[in-house]
Design a binder for this molecule. Structure first.
Ligand SMILES: [Zn+2]
Length: 301
């Protein structure tokens, strides 16, 4: 049995653009030594290793929704832990469509030839671990074991008829609670789900100064939460502490990422100083403890 506290590791903190300094959405929650992964965006597996967590020991994965920046590392996670002698197939909890996503990856999917080739070796006979225990879920309790209960609500991101998107909340046996918004516009259901949490992890995809620019440029989904809105949400939910994450690379110093992001906001405002504006805008409405996420940031509750 591990220690009686909860550790949160922000494995990936970017949105959908490729960014050498931020991976795709991925958060590891560790309760009494047992790991639970919320989202599996680009670089999640390598980021676990950087945080000294063996991905072989991660057996429960929750997918907030099926946008690629939240799931694209999943095949890498499972294949790479297969060759590192994973002992059992992981549980994967996600929206309807998760089974279809998983079914197209492994023995009957994109990596069929790789798997056929590697299983020639005596040590790689254990292909049963490549068949995850997928549990497609609806709002309500989506997972329970002796340490945690996870509940989910619908959030506002992708039109529901295409694929539902979930916000998640974990309550632990030690009385600790963490909620995670996934991607969403301001959502009363998520505020309700998050009431009195110890820690709210919420997307904050674009700074206020990018929002008008994006409306004119007519790019991407509108269904995100601005820093000022985020402050109100955390305050209404009475969250003790807030982590803002899922930053659309607006703090980058990398010239290629700046070029990519110039579709979404004026190029000359992109850079680390923009995080100051974001923090101030959240603070305008939220009086609790605030952190801006970076990859491999660790929080102990
Ligand atoms: Zn996203």
């Amino acid at each position: 049995m591990g220690a009686r506290f909860m550790r949160i590791t922000m494995l990936g903190t970017s949105a959908a653009a490729p960014d050498p300094d931020r991976g795709g959405s991925a958060i590891l929650l560790t309760v009494r030594g047992r790991h639970y992964l919320f989202d599996c965006g680009a670089n999640a597996t390598r980021s676990m290793i950087k945080s000294n967590i063996n991905p072989v020991d991660v057996n429960t994965v929750f997918l907030s929704h099926l946008h690629y920046d939240h799931i694209v590392d999943f095949p890498y996670f499972l294949l790479t832990t297969w060759i590192c002698d994973r002992e059992r197939a992981p549980v994967v909890v996600g929206p309807p469509g998760t089974q279809d996503f998983v079914d197209h990856l492994f023995e009957n999917g994109a990596f069929a030839k790789d798997i056929e080739a590697r299983r020639q070796y005596p040590r790689r006979q254990n292909t049963e671990i490549l068949v995850p225990d997928v549990r497609e879920c609806e709002p309500g309790t989506v997972f329970e074991d002796e340490f945690v209960k996870v509940t989910a609500c619908y959030v506002e991101h992708i039109p529901q008829e295409i694929t539902p998107c979930f916000g998640l909340r974990m309550d632990t046996i030690d009385g600790l609670s963490v909620s995670f918004s996934g991607d969403t516009a301001p959502c009363d259901r998520f505020i309700e789900l998050s009431k009195n949490v110890d820690l709210m992890i919420h997307e904050c995809t674009f700074p206020e100064s990018a929002i008008k620019f994006r409306q004119k440029a007519n790019v991407g989904t509108w269904s995100h939460t601005s820093p000022k809105e985020l402050g109100k949400i955390a305050q209404k939910a009475n969250a003790k502490s807030l982590v803002a994450t899922h930053f659309a690379s607006y703090d980058t110093c990398n010239p290629v990422v700046k070029d990519i992001m110039s579709v979404h906001m004026p190029k000359d405002i992109i850079g680390p100083a923009l995080l100051n504006e974001v923090a101030e805008d959240i603070r305008a409405n939220f009086k609790g403890e605030l952190r801006l996420a970076h990859d491999n940031m660790r929080i102990d509750l």
